[in-house]
Ligand binder design. Sequence first.
Ligand code: UD1
Ligand code: CA
Length: 476
Amino acid sequence: MSRRAPLVFIMAAGMGTRMKSDLPKVLHRIAGRPMLHWVVTAARAAGAGRMIAILGHKADTVKAALDASFGPGTVEVALQTEQRGTGHAVQCALPAVASEDDDRIVVILTGDAPLLASERIAELVTACEASPAGMALLSTVPPRPMPYGRLVRDAGGTLARIVEHTDATDEQRKIQDTNAGFYAIRLGALRKDLATLRADNAKGELYLTDLVAQAFARGGATAIDAPFTEVAGINDRVDLAAVELAARRTINETWMRAGVTMVDPASTYIDADVGPLGKDVWLAPNVALRGKTAIGDGARIEQGSVLSDVQVADHVYIKPYSILQDTVLGSRAEIGPFTHCRPGSRIDEDAKLGNFVETKKTHLMAGAKANHLAYLGDASVGAKANIGAGTITCNYDGVGKYQTTIEAGAFIGSDSQLVAPVTIGRDAYVGSGTTVTKDVPRGALALTRVKQVNVEGWADRFREANAKRKKTGEEH
Ligand code: UD1
Ligand code: CA
């Protein structure tokens, strides 16, 4: 395609009053991704050139979020300090494109309608290119009455103008075709027509939709019908939940078609930026995959597990109610039930973590095991080492964090404390109940227990004495 990439404006200056939130509306998340970022992502996928977000309410917060996700300045910002309508919003973006040619196409999107498909943006651009009036827009037929602008046509069916809901007569409100709020227009026409807008309407605003009447004089704008679910905007938290549900359904269907089994798709929560998920991945109910999580072929994740930014290799098995963040799991690793892998955990192939094991900045090498009740923080655990129940790396002295190194094949007996910094040598043993404060040499046994004493008959005598006391009603 030799045509030039369209300019993209994203209107997002509104207050979002009905969200009743401290967070700007367009930063509320759908499937883990701010709704404005969905719009930017779709525009990018449609081959957008310069993208300009029109911001007002909490503009600094919104700009910071855009910069953090897409790189500083990737999405440019035009400020609309006072919200005087959608026409005024677009006027505010014009100075930023002063150097662009009149025949450039501008796509105008809104930041609060996250499910618009990139194909629809491409269709808008194509229709605008073909339109003698140099304008195209998306229309939709809502499933229930909505306060949207109505598409008014002349006797021949040409789009004559848009009448806003508040300005519409009862007769006009019966029109099924409504304005979805997305447009493509030649920059030259946009410049000329915006300059003539007047706020002579019910809301006293400059309506972008008045541009449609001006396009009629040039032969009429082209309307493309879009499914309502794709163009639905978010005004309050009820809308937010409805769009979240629609997004989740689409995400889950996409992954199921790619070879992922979901026992109960309705309770499977996969964020927008998750992937890839391999063939024959199996997900039980109430599994949540968040952030940049990716999963290899044949991995199984049981009920209630939550993975955030986790790289899961092939054939890993995660048992119920395991919580993992920023973790890398090697092939065939087994995790859970009730395991907590905190950031910086790396669990290599065939390694195992069992119930109530917590790891943080810890590397378990191939085949190492910690099957029950352990805390492994700032530790490196060599291949095939065995960590007994109740082992704790004492990595923190209230000031600094220190490293524990457990070399390959070492055996750490149950209920041991490893006071870092400390190294347990290759194939060494740590006896149960030991508090290790010094390095253990390769192949040695470390033991800090006091010697066991057996007092013969003590328990029997103790019980007899107590029984006697009870009979005589004596207090102790
Ligand atoms: C708009 C359309 C309407 C359409 C509907 C679809 C106009 C006049 N009407 O109405 O035909 O059916 O969308 O959802 O355009 N915004 C700004 N600055 C402003 C005003 C709005 O940035 O001064 C932004 C808002 O943040 C929002 C978008 O523009 O993202 C749409 O504005 P909104 O006030 O919600 O327009 P509607 O009344 O819904
Ligand atoms: Ca709206």
